[in-house]
Write a protein that binds this ligand. Structure first.
Ligand code: NAI
Ligand SMILES: C[C@H](O)[C@@H]1OC(=O)[C@H](O)[C@@H]1O
Length: 257
């Protein structure tokens, strides 16, 4: 009898994750390892990378680590090229991101440059590099971690929102250009999840209440719920999906009034 259940495993696949050692990136890295992927973890902090590598290797995962700041994306691409050799890159997750929350009139050029370079410029040039490798095998999955802030207006900073909106449009345009090579480009748009990026905000009871009031599911997300979407977009289960942004948001982006 024919089967319709796609595989949700990543056995034999190589996945690269930026910002891999904390929060959403760490959850994605662990879930990919659990799905059987070989992982290449990119982060700025050697101790965090060493710890996660040890933990994952204890579970039998093939782990390679690269220390680097994604703002220096050329340097990181060189290091990825060194470790990947002639292996394929099957999945690339542009997760690293940061925010400096301030009102528009107070944004400095330095803050603009840091947010734009970290969240947007690096993601584009990493995608360009990953696509070169994926074209050779005529298959690949690029996953950009955007935000609901790229789709609706939040109080958390215009420059950050611009970068997240840019990732949504970059996802659409790259999926159009690279679809003929079998490269799928999708994005995930999270609402609030408990990570170091949101830790201070989520310690404020009123702020959390404001979030819950705007969220049909009446709660903040759990990292496992976000990792599930990242696994789906990395596996053959999503092979006919490209150019899309999946908002993992408890329904927030559909809540008009
Ligand atoms: N936590 C949340 O509620 C939401 C997070 N996001 C996005 O999810 C992604 C991950 O964020 P979180 O896990 O929440 O934050 P996090 O701060 O806990 O983790 C971000 C990771 O990216 C790394 N990173 C930041 N700047 C870097 C740089 N220049 N070079 C290399 N690594 C760098 C950090 O070291 C850290 O490992 C970000 O793109 C963020 O914009 C989007 C919507 C909501
Ligand atoms: C949902 C947003 O992306 C969220 O808002 C913030 O202030 C943080 O920067 C998160 O990214």
């Amino acid at each position: 009898m024919e089967t319709y259940l796609p595989s949700f495993h990543l056995e034999g696949k190589t996945a690269v994750i930026t910002g891999a050692t904390k929060g959403i990136g760490r959850a994605i890295s662990i879930s990919y390892a659990e799905a059987g992927a070989n992982v290449i973890l990119i982060s700025r902090t050697k101790s965090d990378l060493d710890q996660l590598k040890t933990d994952l290797e204890m579970r039998g995962t093939n782990v390679q680590t690269i220390i680097g700041d994604v703002q220096q994306y050329k340097e990181i691409i060189k290091r990825v090229d060194d470790v990947i050799g002639d292996r394929s890159i099957d999945v690339w997750v542009n997760n690293a991101g940061m925010n400096i929350r301030s009102e528009a009139e107070k944004v400095t050029e330095e803050e603009w440059d840091q947010i734009i370079n970290t969240n947007m410029k690096s993601a584009f040039f990493f995608s360009q590099y990953a696509a070169k490798k994926m074209k050779e095998q005529e298959y690949g999955k690029i996953i950009n971690i955007s935000s609901v802030a790229g789709h609706v207006a939040l109080r958390t900073g215009v420059v950050y929102a611009m970068t997240k909106a840019a990732l949504i449009q970059m996802t659409k345009t790259l999926s159009l250009e690279w679809g003929k090579y079998g490269i799928r480009v999708n994005a995930i748009g999270p609402w609030y999840f408990p990570t170091s990026l949101t830790e201070k905000l989520l310690q404020n009871e009123q702020y959390v209440q404001d979030i819950v009031d705007r969220t049909p599911l009446k709660r903040i997300g759990e990292l496992k719920e976000l990792a599930g979407t990242a696994v789906f977009l990395a596996t053959e289960a999503s092979d006919y999906i490209t150019g899309q942004t999946i908002f993992v948001d408890g329904g927030m982006t559909i809540y008009g009034f």
